[in-house]
Design a protein around this ligand. Structure first.
Ligand code: FE2
Ligand code: FE2
Length: 282
């Protein structure tokens, strides 16, 4: 079983400092096999913000946790127009990671991160042909028994998370991206960006979407909340590619507490869900 912490949207520059240290304490206690951070490390891509984010990531690395990191739209400068186009992810590469398509693989899982942040689209993300090819190629070589996980900042799928239940925007070229996800037989698609948690079978959102389970993380540490949903991150236990537990870990103003805990099981056609009780918590 792989125990994965999925954090997103840290937003250094607009953070709740107590929540930042509480994530570290929680991870220290749980000792995850992998920590994924799916973008928006900073609020405005400023140097001081990247320095703080980098110190955070380095503290996680120093604890010995493997980390898989990808940038978000906020990691591209917004007002510094020259930098935005000349070197949109220069600071991200310098302070966080040079690798914009990180890969993690162990005996149980294979995880690919894809950068969807772009200079031109500012808020909305995009995925390009090379990246779609990379998704298919990288996963093609993975042994069949492993759970295949794709991480993006912008969700590949439109989802009903706006306050009135309206559909959110999906990543640019979403249709092609969804095809690539299906062709690569991705089991789990992780993303952030909306500062709101959500989990659903891809097939229930889009027909012919393949078998992926789509899981959104909220913002772990930002003060910018959506629909008053508090800070949170996701704690995943990947038992097999067809058996995944998701527990949302929620900030209560003083500490992170275990919240909704659901088991997802895939029967070859559909993902079924089962709420787990406190006693069943891992
Ligand atoms: Fe964000
Ligand atoms: Fe974002």
């Amino acid at each position: 079983m792989a125990r994965i912490a999925h954090l997103s949207d840290l937003h250094f520059g607009a953070i709740c400092p107590k929540a930042v240290s509480a994530t570290e304490a929680w991870l220290e206690q749980q000792q995850p096999d992998l920590v994924i951070i799916s973008g928006d490390f900073t609020q405005r891509a400023r140097v001081a913000q990247f320095r703080a984010a980098s110190a955070y990531v380095n503290r996680l690395r120093a604890r010995g946790f493997p980390v898989l990191l990808i940038p978000g739209n906020h990691d591209i400068p917004l007002y510094d127009v020259f930098r935005r186009f000349a070197s949109p992810l220069g600071r991200y590469k310098r302070y966080i990671s040079n690798d914009l398509c990180p890969w993690f693989e162990d005996d149980e899982v294979a995880v690919l991160g894809i950068n969807t942040a772009r200079s031109l689209t500012i808020k909305d993300g995009r995925i390009n042909e090379d990246q779609m090819r990379m998704i298919e190629e990288r996963f093609h070589a993975v042994a069949p028994g492993k759970t295949r996980i794709l991480v993006t900042h912008h969700p590949l799928f439109a989802m009903p998370i706006a306050s009135g239940g309206e559909l959110s925007e999906a990543v640019g070229r979403s249709r092609s991206a969804i095809k690539a996800v299906a062709a690569a037989k991705i089991h789990i698609a992780l993303a952030g960006h909306f500062h709101q948690t959500y989990a659903q079978a891809a097939r229930k959102m889009v027909e012919d979407a393949g078998q992926a389970l789509v899981i959104q993380a909220g913002t772990a540490t930002s003060t910018r909340l959506r629909n008053d949903q508090p800070q949170s991150f996701n704690w995943l236990h990947v038992r097999r590619h067809n058996e995944v537990e998701l527990q949302v870990v929620v900030w209560d103003g003083a500490s992170f507490q275990r919240g909704n805990h659901v088991e997802f099981t895939f029967d070859g056609e559909n993902w079924s869900t089962r709420e787990l009780t406190d006693s069943a918590r891992p």
